[in-house]
Design a protein around this ligand. Structure first.
Ligand code: IMP
Length: 197
């Protein structure tokens, strides 16, 4: 099976390709030179929908999109859908992490409880979109740890392993992550519906 992936983020593309190893995943950038998708939705679902719809419209092929965010208990759910632009419209990973650590400074452990959520949208036919969700719970550390992963990984502690996501290898992260969990549900759907062949 071939799938178009509506993402220009190479970190995500790498993880998704590794998780869906037996599926041919083609980034949208290999079909169109430049594309800009405005993530104007108010929910992860809406954003995943906007992205998958765009990929399908441009290629006409079965398409997949991933919208992800970090939801922090003590910040009333922020950064949430604003995860990529928490410290400003063009903020990089490091600036976003710094802003988050700053916002949590002095707060108790309970405020540092957080989860990653990943919503995957799949569109195979016009107007037919299915969503798959994966979540993973953890805590925001006081300082970054580890140099693997990307985004908020260095400050996201995964309690069952006692390490941040950035301290895990790609393989290890891809066995437990929000993205792995959402994509496992997607895979189950493909198997059940016979689309994986
Ligand atoms: P989006 O789904 O492209 O809107 O991603 C939102 C932001 O969440 C990204 O810019 C990253 O900072 C962060 N992010 C997404 N996935 C992950 C992940 O697996 N680990 C850590 N941060 C992530």
């Amino acid at each position: 099976m071939r799938l178009v992936l509506a993402s220009g983020n190479p970190d995500k593309v790498r993880e998704i390709k590794e998780i869906l190893r037996d599926i041919e995943v083609l980034p949208l950038s290999s079909f169109v030179d430049e594309f800009e998708i405005e993530e104007s939705g108010l929910t992860f679902r809406e954003n995943a929908y906007i992205k998958v719809q765009k990929a399908f419209e441009l290629t006409g092929l079965p398409s997949l999109a991933d919208d992800t965010g970090l939801v922090v208990h003590g910040l009333h759910g922020m950064p949430g859908v604003f995860s990529s632009r928490f410290a400003g419209e063009n903020a990089g990973y490091e600036a976003n992490r710094r802003k988050l650590l700053e916002a949590l400074r002095g707060m108790p452990l309970s405020a540092r409880r957080a989860y990653f959520i990943c919503v995957v949208a799949f569109m195979e036919k016009p107007g037919e979109v299915r969503f798959f969700e994966g979540k993973v719970e953890g805590f925001i550390t006081k300082e970054p740890r580890g140099d693997g992963g990307f985004g908020y990984d260095p400050i996201f502690l995964y309690p069952p392993l006692g390490r941040t996501f950035a301290e895990l290898s790609l393989r290890e992260k891809n066995r437990v992550s929000h993205r792995y969990r959402a994509l496992s549900r997607f895979r189950e759907y493909l198997n059940e519906s016979g689309l994986s062949r």
